[in-house]
Ligand binder design. Structure first.
Ligand SMILES: *Cc1c(COP(=O)(O)O)cnc(C)c1O
Length: 425
């Protein structure tokens, strides 16, 4: 860890907390983060030459495996033609056509540079279209770091115990109502009290930022009904689940169509991309077609677009998601067996190429249950797993991810190492 340690020291002097996104700092699990030198397939190598099997995978953005050859070649070819033009390109049209073809209900889509931008823009559009101000979100769901969404938020905000951030004006936070995840009655109650003022309900259709929490049967359908009954819009934040839980995302998987959908992570194949889209009448309100303003100097960037197109080309191959899901199932079953052998209370969930594990007997259904996690014990297990060369998310409140590069041998090696880690921790 010598080279990583030196880099972290230098980083701490010039970058707040030494990192450019909070969870990377290992604050919740102790120890210091390895600094990464390169990554190929399912493996990361740090600057000290240590290899890890990776289950973070750029927080789900990487779905084909690191440095997937066709993606790297597409980006190299695009780079040789210029890095950014600030003018329209054919590749953007092709990516938008691909998204509109594959994502249910997506008549039009706008490309942006991050998931945060996507959710922020979708909310502006929802407020403009309904003429209403209030937003309903769920405790433990993370939708990026825009002001209105840093209320009872998940991910790093949850990991570091600041689910609502200083700097978010109380007047703005007051426009965001929150309900427990999977609690339809709470949503109905909010609509009963303030239904005429609620512009939209935004939800992670599978929550991935308080650990991985599945929607209970009927939850997403119930949200659809409640929004329709009160003239509010339903926004699925599929920045994580889009092209991760199924081709077409959670809408396709669970058979519920939202009014607006946000995307990110996988559709950029590892480059900075986000997107929001949905109903034609709503998207027609975005500038320059309509009055709702949103713009971006680098939006539709040629490198990011090339990476996205190359990635989406491969995930459309027959059997891609079946194989990904079988990999996640084999991994979680193996981790469960390793935990059982060590007598550790443990549970897992998996959906598509996304999974979660919990140091408790049943998987949580909402934030309150997720927060019962023994974080000290999680930290010990995390450090033991990392010591065995297994890179899981450095927080009890994040999901894990597999890629097409996680083959059977990789999963077997993971389980053998996990058995040692569980026994040690
Ligand atoms: C990652 C994530 C975001 C934020 O995306 P960034 O690209 O980090 O801004 C928003 N919503 C969900 C569900 C996410 O998982």
């Amino acid at each position: 860890m010598q080279h990583s340690r030196k880099l972290f020291e230098r980083a701490l002097a010039v970058i707040p907390g030494g990192v450019n996104s909070p969870v990377r700092a290992f604050g919740a699990v102790g120890g210091q983060p390895p600094f990464i030198a390169e990554a190929h397939g399912a493996r990361l190598r740090d600057v000290d030459g240590t290899d890890y099997i990776d289950y973070v995978c750029s927080w789900g953005a990487v779905i084909l495996g690191h440095a997937a050859p066709t993606v790297v070649q597409a980006v190299q070819a695009a780079a040789a033609r210029g890095l950014s033009y600030g003018a329209p390109t054919g590749a953007e049209v092709e990516l938008a056509e691909t998204l509109c073809r594959l994502v249910p209900g997506m008549a039009q889509v706008r490309l942006v540079n991050s998931g945060t931008e996507a959710t922020m823009s979708a909310i502006r559009l929802a407020r403009a279209a309904t003429g209403r101000k209030l937003l309903v979100k769920f405790a433990g769901c993370y939708h990026g770091h825009a002001d209105s969404l840093l209320v009872n938020a998940g991910s790093g905000a949850l990991t570091f115990g600041v689910p609502s951030s200083p700097g978010v004006p109380p007047e703005l936070a007051a426009l965001t109502l929150s309900a427990p995840y999977n609690d339809l009655a709470a949503v109905e109650a909010l609509f009963a009290q303030r239904g005429a003022d609620i512009a939209a309900v935004i939800v992670e259709p599978v929550a991935g930022n308080m650990g991985c929490v599945l929607p209970q049967p009927g939850f997403l359908q119930g949200l659809r009904r409640a929004c329709d009954a009160h003239g509010a819009l339903l926004i699925f934040d599929e920045v994580m689940t889009g092209f991760r839980v199924a081709l077409g995302g959670a809408q396709a998987r669970f058979g519920v169509t939202a009014d607006l959908v946000t995307l990110g992570k996988v559709i950029g194949g590892g480059l900075p991309v986000g997107a929001y889209g949905g109903r034609a009448d709503l998207m027609a309100q975005m500038a320059p077609a309509g009055p709702v303003y949103q713009a971006g100097t680098l939006s539709g960037n040629p490198l990011a677009t090339a990476a996205g197109l190359a990635t989406l080309a491969l995930v459309q191959q027959p059997g891609f998601y079946e194989r990904l899901e079988a990999t996640a199932a084999a991994l979680t079953a193996g981790l469960q067996a390793a935990a059982d052998a060590a007598g550790v209370p443990f549970s897992t969930v998996h959906v598509g190429g996304m999974f979660g594990f919990f140091l408790r007997d049943t998987a949580p259904r909402d934030l309150a249950e997720a927060q019962q996690a023994d974080v000290a014990r999680f930290g010990r297990l995390f450090r033991a797993l990392l010591g065995e060369g297994l890179n899981f998310a450095p927080s009890a409140f994040e999901a894990g991810f597999v890629t097409a590069a996680h083959d059977a041998a990789t999963i077997e090696a993971t389980i053998a190492r996990a058995r040692r880690a569980f026994a040690a921790a």
